[in-house]
Every structure is written in structure tokens, then in C-alpha cells.
Write a protein that binds this ligand. Sequence first.
Ligand code: PGA
Length: 257
Amino acid sequence: MTNPPLLIGNWKSNTTFAEAESLVDASIAAKQAAGEAVWVGVTPPFPWLKALKDKIVSQGDSGDQLWMGAQNCSATNAGAFTGEVTASMLAEVATFVLVGHSERRAIYGETDEIVREKLTRVIETDLHAVLCVGEVLDQRESGDAETVVKNQILAALEGFTNDKLHRLVVAYEPVWAIGTGVAATADDAENMCQFIREVLNERFGDSSNTIIQYGGSANEKNAAELLAKPNIGGLLIGGASLKPEAFTAMIAAATSI
Ligand code: PGA
């Protein structure tokens, strides 16, 4: 059985608490209108997670409707690690965690090894992991994009076992498309997502339980075209997820795929 499209709003380091509350209200309404045809998640900043989770539950949404996610987690378990937020802390308030976002890799020096540690913590805590991969512009122009993406995936999934595939999402996010307003064409995004499917199938056998998303300047104008592609199973949405009308329109667009 194919999963419904999975749309995730990655809020990054944005929102006041009041803004976060109204974004959650809009996301719940859009998700309820879409029903089971679309899966929707958002990743608020850490300090808002608990209160937003309580708000969702108090509105009668057990969390099955709008999924709460975290943008990052610690590579370690609990202990003397000042400032770190562990996967087991997040498991009390979130359903999934983003791992290896290109901003974490580029700005905070997260290596493939750190990404693998984080992914392992997330999976062993029974959360879902959204593993972000993608090439920079030079790598695309030199024809190395597939090799880069394959290496990122295989490095992050070392030791990963087939029985966990349903808790894995892979988000293809070409770095040159993130926050630039220049999305990959639907064909280029599809080609890489198809390649990722092949990499996963080669590594694990049948990986059809694993959703593959596209991310990078996805918005209300290109969502339908991207989601219509057979290997694009969802979108990871930054800027547009902070605009309630845009995010709502994208969820609505996903219902007609
Ligand atoms: P963008 O961000 O939609 O603003 O390009 C996507 C992301 O970083 O996940």
C-alpha cells in the first residue's frame, strides 16, 4: 500500500510563541479538511513543542492528525552534555525528528558520522527520522550529485535494519534550492528521488515503506507538479510553511494527487 503524501513544515529558527500557535491552528484546520489523503507534520522550535503538543491534544487531536517534529536532536543519550536535547526527551512531545539538514551540516559542521549517530538515537527511541540529503551547486554542475546523495544515505544508514524502514523518511534537498526561491524542476527532483529509491532498494530490498520527499523552495505554485511525480512522496517545506495560506494551499493540493 502506498503512503499518502507527507508534507512537513520546517519552521527553522522562526516564530514567536503566538505565531507558532496560529500556525498550528491553521495546520490542524488544513489537515482536518484534507482527512487521511495527506499526512502533515510541523517542526516548531524546541521551546514551543510541549505547549503546542498540549494544545493539539486539548483540541481533540491526539497527535495522529498533525504530527509534531523536532528540527534536530543530540547525538548522545542523557548525561553531562550541556545544551543538548536528547531523542528520548523529544519522544515525549514529538513523532519525528529531522536529521542531517544541510544547514546543520554546513553551519554546525555535522559530518556523516554525527548524522548517523543522531539517526541511530532517533530510531532506537521509536521516533521517526527524516534524513535530509542533497548536493551543493558545484557538485551538481560537476555531475557528482548522485554520488554525493548516495554516499550521504549509505553513511547515515550504516547499521540500519529493514524492520525500521517504516520509521524512515528520506528528504532530497538540493542545497542550491533551499531558501533561494529556485526549486529543482519537477523532472530533476523526480530523477533524484527515483535514484534514491533505487539506492534504498539495493541496500534493503523492498523499501516501499520509506517515504521520499523533495525539499527546496517548494511552495503553493509548484507543489502539485512536484507531488504528481511517481517517486516524490512528499515535501519538506521551509519558507512557505511559515505562511498559513501557502501551507494550507499545499496541503489542499496534495489531496488531489
Ligand atoms: P525552503 O527550505 O522551502 O525555504 O527552501 C526547505 C528546507 O530547508 O527544508
